[in-house]
Write a protein that binds this ligand. Sequence first.
Ligand SMILES: [Ca+2]
Ligand SMILES: [Ca+2]
Ligand SMILES: [Ca+2]
Length: 314
Amino acid sequence: MSTRRHRRLAGASNRLFAFALLTGIFFSTQVLPQPLPTRLGDLNGDEEVNVLDLVILINHINAAQSGAGVSPAGSPGILPGELVPFADMNGDAFVNQTDIDLLADVILGLPLSSRPITFEPASGSSEVGVTVRPKATFPRPIDVSTLNSNNFYASFAGQKLPARIVPAPNGTFAWLFFDPSMPNASQVQITVDGATIRTLVGTPLDADGDGAPGGVARASFSTVSVVGIPGTAVSSRIVDPGPDLVPRTTDDVTLGNGCNYLLPIAATFKSSSKPAKENAQFLATTTPHSLGSSGNALLGSTGGHSIRSPIEST
Ligand SMILES: [Ca+2]
Ligand SMILES: [Ca+2]
Ligand SMILES: [Ca+2]
């Protein structure tokens, strides 16, 4: 944006806020429009997004923050709950100063930026554990009742994998809980079809972030191999890296007659033939480890133990 255009917009924005403050003196409480608005930012339901909506938004946030020691989270503000999603201009599930600025931008004719769904694991990840639960974070809070196995699923070789959809209560993200686990050494694809997922403002989810409602977002990753190698034994020891979280520094190891690890972690292995021995040494003769394509040995741990990350196998 040129400096001249930037100054012009800044001046227009200042005039907009000044007008909003003046107007706010004469407009106070908010009444729920019937039916609900069809446009983001239209807080009075008159099919326009203008300074009157800005006044309502400012009043809402001021009311939510009013009173010494009253946190916004504990104060509903003046907007009815059904209208709050229309005030959340950036779709982060919060209504605050950022949304005021973005609403002012929209009134001034500036477009809202859009972004696609983000995935964890990210597309292109490799050696993903078969028990990992993929997560999709939506660009806007969604109506979780519109999520189903036809618009949010994982697939392998064109076949959907059985999974339970677990959404966040506020509709900002959702997980896939697989049962059974994902196939190992496989290319898994996650798909979200925004056309049939509704946001809390009633529009199809812009899954691909192209600015238009709807669209499909996909992510692919490969899972780790969990196939044991017959006749293989792994002998090792699990130790803690110490408070500095850096392995093999003075807080976790001393030198002299070899390495003396100061913080061994007692460990057992579910499918190993022998449990951990002294100084956290173990010998796994039934190959409870998986070997990834890189040749890394992967050690799994299950709950119940507090292990500082990263742990090191020596
Ligand atoms: Ca309006
Ligand atoms: Ca927001
Ligand atoms: Ca789209």
